[in-house]
Design a binder for this molecule. Structure first.
Ligand SMILES: [Fe+2]
Length: 206
């Protein structure tokens, strides 16, 4: 008999296809079932024991979807970021994570900035979906927390190889896009992109 992790992979593979509301709904339901697995299952027992910073639990050889586990310590903050072309479902196994969402707004002056939409407290057994283009942050408000992250693709590849992932840095009172070298693309103006020096009061996060 399969354990719940193997069942999850088979269930997602059985519905896999282009991104649709139906696929997201099905993947979400399968992840909600997985995150409620008995703690006595060996894979989950090992996660509780190890509380890994990052551990790949499954990488589908045919369809490319990935399931990770990662532990977060209390007060760990992950600043706003997107997932490139990817879509993601987070599930909380234990602990509590506050997840905020943002919209990137182009102002009348031509400047772009992030505006926080709201934050949701995600408790054990609950999930959050982020589609391509969505921007979010995460704060561990009760830790240590253990999360599962399902993604439709390898996000490390999307980030480090494809350079499609955008992270934001709090700079001069605004959330602005961060470049690979940790400097900030500050105000995106009609004249182009003004690059701020990283010593100019920008807060660097994770
Ligand atoms: Fe994320």
């Amino acid at each position: 008999m399969n354990n719940s992790l193997e069942t999850f992979a088979e269930d997602v593979a059985s519905v896999w296809g282009p991104l649709t509301a139906e696929l997201v709904s099905a993947a979400r339901q399968h992840l909600e079932r997985l995150v409620c697995s008995p703690a006595t299952e060996s894979w989950l027992e090992a996660l509780y024991c190890d509380m890994p910073a990052r551990e790949e639990l499954y990488n589908d050889p045919a369809d490319g979807f990935v399931l990770l586990a990662h532990a977060e310590h209390a007060r760990l903050y992950r600043p706003p970021h997107d997932h490139g072309r990817g879509w993601v479902i987070y599930a909380v196994v234990c602990g509590e994570i506050e997840m905020g969402t943002y919209a990137r707004i182009d102002g009348e002056s031509g400047a772009s900035r992030l505006v926080k939409r709201y934050a949701t407290l995600v408790r054990p057994g609950q999930v959050q979906v982020y589609l391509p283009g969505d921007i979010h942050d995460m704060l561990c408000v009760a830790g240590p927390a253990l999360l599962l992250r399902f993604s439709d693709r390898d996000l490390q590849h999307e980030d480090k190889v494809e350079h499609r992932v955008t992270r934001y840095i709090h700079c001069e009172g605004l959330w602005t896009a961060r470049l690979q070298d940790n400097t900030a693309v500050g105000i995106v103006s009609r004249e182009g992109i003004a690059k701020h020096d990283k010593s100019a009061g920008c807060e660097k996060h994770g």
